[in-house]
Design a protein around this ligand. Sequence first.
Ligand code: ATP
Length: 250
Amino acid sequence: MSMMSLASSLHCEAVLSVRQLNVRFGGQQILENIHLDLFREQVLTLIGPNGSGKSTLVKTLVGAVKPTSGSVTIAPNQRIGYVPQRLHLDPTLPMTVQRFINLPRRHSRQEVDSALEDAGAETLRQANMSELSGGQFQRVLLARALLVKPDILILDEATQGLDHQGTAAFYRHIDSVRRTYGCAVLMVSHDLHVVMQTSDHVLCLNRCVCCQGKPEHVASTQDYRSLFGDQAAQTLALYRHQPQETAHAG
Ligand SMILES: Nc1ncnc2c1ncn2[C@@H]1O[C@H](COP(=O)(O)OP(=O)(O)OP(=O)(O)O)[C@@H](O)[C@H]1O
């Protein structure tokens, strides 16, 4: 096979594709003409200001929101693991991590242990869900998503509320999960520094896709700078001055 045909066959292997997607709530257009491809083992991050439609797009991908028009196509036999932005549990209801993770379907002890370990939550099996820290809770949600042995892992602002250290640690788990499971990762994040260091592809959303590409490309666009202001200037400076050293910094 020539290099050219090899490259084109690899590029056809999208595990998830979105075409001409529009979502309206009432009379309001929330997502407009979204076009997106996610490839095997790729880390694609959605960024965008508050209210730009990131969560709505993720919910559309996992089937929780129905598009007004357009399509979401998942390649055959692809299992999706989903880590939601928030999950409210009744704090008065005692429930161990082990019990929570076995809902709605029971898994073998070995499957549970292995998912907890892959998510960095191996010490939490007997802990009570209501006593977990924010970072521990998110790792348990990640473990639950890993139980399906995902080909596609989708995370909606999974590090919301975590401090720098917790955020950096969580992304390290995501990175190792991607390698262990060989899965594609699509996530929403506000942590621009980390996004720019950990993503293969960044898609900047503001109702429609306003720019996308490799992190260094997106960081240098005017759209990105006008949406994220000072924070954008900092991430760009990071590329110019110390691209290697800060990998995985929080
Ligand atoms: N179920 C709904 N019904 C009506 N409007 C909705 C619904 N869900 C979201 N919206 C609106 O859609 C817009 C996009 O919301 P969305 O949560 O997708 O944005 P986001 O980019 O994820 O924001 P954030 O960064 O604040 O989480 C907002 O104006 C929101 O009020």
